[in-house]
Design a protein around this ligand. Structure first.
Ligand SMILES: [Zn+2]
Length: 61
């Protein structure tokens, strides 16, 4: 009984088993590590902000 239910990552929209849950939203490991590396000046940054608008403040502070 060690089945991990895949969850839908709010960033990439794919079903992943490994990741973190921030408040009520699931972010997969690869997106989480990518966000950590993403600089504010990076063109991907607005994309992440848009995806995470609801939880970004808590996550980023
Ligand atoms: Zn993801």
């Amino acid at each position: 009984m060690q089945t991990t239910e895949p969850k839908t990552c709010i960033v990439c929209g794919q079903l992943k088993e490994e990741g973190i849950t921030v408040v009520t939203e699931f972010i997969c490991l690869s997106c989480e590590s990518e966000m950590v590396r993403t600089d504010v000046k990076d063109e991907k940054y607005p994309f992440f902000v848009r995806q995470l608008r609801q939880i970004w403040v808590r996550f980023h502070v």
